[in-house]
Every structure is written in structure tokens, then in C-alpha cells.
Design a protein around this ligand. Structure first.
Ligand code: BJW
Length: 246
């Protein structure tokens, strides 16, 4: 383990372009529930009932109740040591890109630079009907949100969480930014089960372009067999240890 952390620290020291891809595991120590695994959200709920446009079309109130419950939970969470280390690296490295699948905005809270939130933010809403003023979205951090489902302030239609559901394209140039970030010297994937595409394909794309690839995760994932280095453990423990070795 220590030799793996040393190897990762050496790679970091020598990297000019660093890209970090994060998933729910990075926020787990902050108290944000992950999706998969023993205590994951998908143990109690089916994604097709809550995280698809079809589900929202069928029952917007049910979907909003789930998001309102998650917003209440996340509002109590603070960035942990993993977010802090990633934020420090995003400021210290000459070229560092952070791509997150997380919608909790804890990377924002930690002060992360060059951050691409490829699945959106749970703190932003957009117009379900796609009206001109409401489609780009707006920030709404109220907890509780008020009457559910909330309404678009511009056209009075239904508002939706500005997150990316299954079957939806990644918006706002985010996919392009994430793919561009795969051109790097070191691609570090942290706390993601590596099963949701297109995010899961980024590490392989980085490797194809010549990056050294590394994974930090509590458990084995589909990426574990193809990356150059895997380190098992909590991101909130391992990232500070790597930072100490730099
Ligand atoms: C720790 C830890 C600690 C715990 N330290 N580690 C190719 C192949 C197959 C399918 C597809 C494909 N391409 C597209 C698809 C379909 C689909 C998909 O990927 N399906 C697969 C699941 C089969 N993808 C999509 O639909 C995407 N859209 C798309 O491709 O559009 C194409 C299109 C183009 C043009 C027009 C129209 C369409 C969109 C995917 C959206 C995903 N959305 C969600 C919900 C977001 C909103 C919300 O939060 O409510 O995003 S689903 C959920 O999964 C969420 C997450 O961001 C995402 C990834 O989860 P993540 O972060 O990896 O979390 P977990 O829980 O899975 O894993 C946690 C990990 O942490 C575990 O490994 C633990 O071990 C570890 N861990 N504690 C370190 N302390």
C-alpha cells in the first residue's frame, strides 16, 4: 500500500497535466449516500422510477420528493479531506482539470478550480418545458424547497432538477470539456464504480492517449483491471497521505 502511494506521489510530482475524475465515493465520508453498494440509493429505489425523464413525466411530485429529501441531507454535509486535497491540487498544478459526476457541489464548497460537473447540480433547477429563459437553469438553494413540484419562475411551467438523468445527453459543453481533459499526463479516477457512461469511458480514453492511469476506490471496479495503478481504501484517507508524500 505505502509503495503504491509513493508511486502515485512520484507520478503526481512529475505530471504537468493532471486530470481527476470523481464519483460518489469522494463524498461518502461527508455523509452523502452513494448510488450502488450496500447502503447505496439504488438499494431502496429503482433508477428508472426516479432518475429518468420518463419517470419525471409520469410523476413529477414523486421525483421531486426524492430530490427534496436528498437536498435536505446534502445541505448538512461539508467537504471532507478528499475534497480539500483535490481542491488544493487544482490550485497548485500548472494544468489540473477536475471532472465530477457528483451533483452535491462539495467540490465547489472546497474551492476547486477548473471543475466540470458532468451530471449537473442538485442545487440548480431548469424549466421542464424548456422555455427560453428557464432552459439554461437557475440556482435555488432553499431547504426545504417549498411547494412540490416547484415552478419555473419564467413561464410558470414545471421546474426540474438540473441534473443528467439516464438517457439524457450531458449538456452545456460538459462532455466536450471532459473528453478534452483526457489529454493529460496523469488521469486519477477516485470513488466511482465506473459503470455509468460516458464518464466510465474517460479513463480508457486517457490511457489510449498515453496518460498514466490510477484508481483510488474502496472496492474493485470494472476499471481496476485496466488502469496502471490501483490503490484500495477511502479517498478521504488516501488522498491526504499522498499529499503528504509530495
Ligand atoms: C469509495 C468510498 C470512499 C465508497 N473512498 N471510494 C455505454 C454502455 C452501456 C450503457 C450506456 C453506454 N452509454 C450510455 C449508456 C446508458 C447510460 C449508462 O451508462 N448506463 C449504465 C448504468 C448501464 N448512460 C446514460 O444514460 C448517460 N447519458 C447518455 O449516455 O446519453 C447519450 C445521449 C446522447 C444524445 C442524446 C441523448 C442521449 C447519462 C448518465 C446519467 C447518470 N445519472 C446519475 C444521476 C444523476 C442525478 C442524481 O444524482 O440524481 O448520475 S446515475 C448515478 O450514477 C449518478 C452518478 O453520478 C453516477 C455514477 O455513480 P458513481 O459516482 O460512480 O457512484 P456509485 O455509487 O456507483 O459508486 C461509488 C463508488 O465509490 C463505489 O465504487 C465504491 O466502492 C466507492 N466508494 N466510498 C473511495 N470513502
Amino acid at each position: 500500500m505505502t509503495s503504491d502511494l509513493r508511486a502515485l506521489a512520484t507520478r503526481l510530482r512529475n505530471a504537468r497535466r493532471l486530470t481527476i475524475l470523481t464519483g460518489a465515493g469522494v463524498s461518502a465520508a461527508s455523509g452523502v449516500p452513494t448510488f450502488r453498494g450496500q447502503d447505496g440509493l439504488w438499494r431502496q429505489h429503482r433508477p428508472e422510477d426516479l432518475a429518468t425523464p420518463e419517470a419525471f413525466g409520469r410523476d413529477p411530485r414523486l421525483v421531486w420528493e426524492w430530490y427534496a429529501w436528498r437536498r435536505e441531507k446534502i445541505a448538512l454535509c461539508r467537504p471532507n479531506a478528499a475534497h480539500e486535497v483535490i481542491a488544493a491540487w487544482s490550485r497548485a498544478f500548472p494544468e489540473c482539470q477536475v471532472v465530477t459526476q457528483n451533483v452535491d457541489d462539495l467540490h465547489v464548497g472546497a474551492g476547486t478550480r477548473n471543475l466540470t460537473r458532468i451530471h449537473g447540480s442538485i442545487w440548480e433547477l431548469s424549466c421542464w418545458d424548456g422555455c427560453a429563459k428557464g432552459a439554461p437553469g437557475w440556482r435555488d438553494e432553499r431547504v426545504p424547497l417549498g411547494e412540490l413540484p416547484p415552478r419555473c419562475p419564467h413561464c410558470g411551467g414545471l421546474a426540474r432538477p438540473a441534473v443528467v438523468w439516464f438517457g439524457e445527453a450531458l449538456g452545456g459543453g460538459n462532455l466536450r470539456a471532459a473528453i478534452e481533459a483526457t489529454a493529460c499526463d496523469l488521469f486519477l479516477t477516485v470513488g466511482t464504480s465506473a459503470v455509468v457512461y460516458p464518464a466510465a469511458g474517460l479513463v480508457e480514453e486517457a490511457r489510449r492517449q498515453g496518460a498514466f492511469t490510477a484508481e483510488i476506490n474502496l472496492e474493485e471496479t470494472p476499471a481496476s483491471g485496466t488502469v496502471d495503478l490501483t490503490v484500495r481504501g477511502g479517498a478521504e484517507v488516501l488522498l491526504p497521505r499522498v499529499a503528504e508524500l509530495l
